[in-house]
Ligand binder design. Structure first.
Ligand SMILES: [Zn+2]
Length: 116
């Protein structure tokens, strides 16, 4: 299934393919402030429709995850990282898919407190 996603103002838009049945609600020092619901896909399942230059990026802790956000509206639609094998993946903030029914999925609490 394909979903449209993006930030609030439209400076960042994308299409993502996935069958989302659950999402991660993480309590790390970043996520507890930002409040996204994350689902993971291979990076190839995410197609950015706006310029990559429109992405602002924040890194913390080990600096292995690129937490992208919009510098205009402040929303954070997705993050990118590589796994141990060098495979590129994306963590989609399902809250940034306007047509996705968040009540249809299971929310899994992830204890990320160790990730300062
Ligand atoms: Zn925006």
């Amino acid at each position: 299934m394909f979903y449209f996603g993006g930030c609030h103002c439209g400076k960042i838009t994308f299409e993502v393919e996935g069958e989302f049945t659950q999402a991660i609600d993480c309590n790390c020092s970043l996520c507890r402030r930002r409040g996204g619901l994350l689902a993971f896909v291979p990076r190839g399942s995410l197609r950015l429709k706006t310029s990559v230059e429109n992405l602002s990026t924040y890194k913390f802790n080990k600096h292995v995850i690129q937490h992208h956000f919009c510098s205009t509206c402040g929303t954070a639609p997705f993050a990118e990282a590589e796994d141990k094998n060098g495979e590129k993946g994306a963590a989609i903030n399902l809250r940034c898919l306007p047509d996705f029914d968040l009540d249809s999925i299971e929310i899994i609490k992830f204890d990320g407190k160790g990730y300062q």
